[in-house]
Design a protein around this ligand. Structure first.
Ligand code: TUI
Length: 315
């Protein structure tokens, strides 16, 4: 179905669908399942120490023969060491987030990795395309976790107009309708995180998945705007405490201290009231946990059926 798709050809994958590289839950289990099912599975390095990332990469290589990626979180204290690990391991695709990866691009290109930064602005997309990146993920503020300031609808079209590399749309996409909308905006593929949290293979604690299943359209909030690092999470006891501190004019150091270690508390220990439940706005639409293969096949078959029968209500 996607034989001529630019992204599928660039990466040698069956479906132009990336699994967002989520910290703590974008593990070898999830990444290998997505790659085996025809998408691009991505390990989320987050704040992971380099030795643990190496183990995760080696497990993924054992569990899939297909291309996979690693997402490098540029605010990680281990960013330099983690870059060295992906160079040593010759990871086929590198995505980056939460910063400008410019200085690392030549070394990654040198070993033949495809480099696909996640960007939240036209300016950064243009700057990175000049350094030779292979594609960009345009991520709107509907996404979970660390976000920018522009919606997917506004960002994707503007980045498509500004660059000549393939653009992958991210943020607020969770089904065939979202994927068709991304194509309509000029994207050649999509990246989804939230949809894959609700997969059988995702190792997130069952309390995390249950809370995501219960989410509605307005269940997420953005904390950390005052620190310069806004993060979209489900509203809970932690976010209320954070908002109180922010209102009271707390220092960046105090706010950062409250946030430290809170993602793992939710994803692994299942404390979804005092932990950070990062998730996108599309969680309100999702009602089922499904195997990764079924998630991918349901979406692509519905895209095919809808596009071929022109079920868009434009009249
Ligand atoms: O990176 C993400 N999303 C993330 S990373 C993450 S890990 C984390 N753990 C604990 C606390 C906070 C985060 C969770 N979610 N998405 C990609 C993304 N990058 N979204 C927005 C950006 C971005 C924002 C500003 C990229 C560049 C940028 O500015 C760089 C510049 O120099 O212009």
């Amino acid at each position: 179905m996607f034989e001529n798709n630019r992204l599928c050809k660039l990466l040698n994958i069956k479906y132009p669908i990336f699994q967002g590289g989520m910290a703590w839950i974008g593990t070898a289990e999830l990444a290998s399942a997505v790659s085996n099912a025809g998408g691009l599975g991505i390990i989320g390095a987050g704040h992971m120490p380099p030795d643990l990332l190496r183990i995760e990469i080696q497990k993924t290589k054992k569990w899939t023969q297909k291309p996979f990626g690693v997402n490098i979180m540029l605010m990680s204290p281990f960013v330099k060491e983690v870059m060295q690990v992906v160079l040593d391991e010759k990871v086929p695709v590198i995505t980056t987030g939460a910063g400008n990866p410019g200085e690392y691009i030549p070394a990654l290109k040198e070993i033949g990795s495809k480099v696909i930064p996640v960007v939240a602005s036209v300016a950064l997309a243009k700057r990175l395309v000049r350094t030779g990146v292979d594609a960009v993920v345009a991520e709107g503020l509907e996404s979970g976790g660390h976000i920018g300031e522009i919606t997917t609808m506004s960002l994707v079209s503007q980045i498509v107009d500004a660059v000549d590399v393939p653009v992958i749309a991210a943020g607020g996409i969770g089904d065939a309708r979202g994927m068709i909308a991304a194509f309509a905006l000029g994207a050649v593929g999509v990246q989804m995180g939230t949809r894959f949290v609700l997969s059988t293979e995702c190792i997130a604690h069952e309390n995390y998945k249950k809370m995501v299943l219960k989410a509605r359209d307005r269940s997420t909030v953005v904390t950390g705007r005052s620190t310069g690092h806004p993060v979209r999470v489900l509203s809970n006891r932690l976010t209320r405490k954070f908002q109180e501190l922010e209102k009271g004019g707390a220092s960046v150091a105090e706010l950062e201290e409250l946030g430290a270690g809170k993602l793992n508390l939710a994803t692994h220990k299942g404390d979804v009231e005092n932990g950070s439940v990062m998730i996108g706005q599309i969680s309100g639409m999702l009602t089922e946990i499904k195997p990764v293969k079924q998630i991918l096949e349901d979406i692509v078959s519905q895209v095919d059926a809808t596009v071929n029968h022109v079920k868009i209500n434009y009249k």
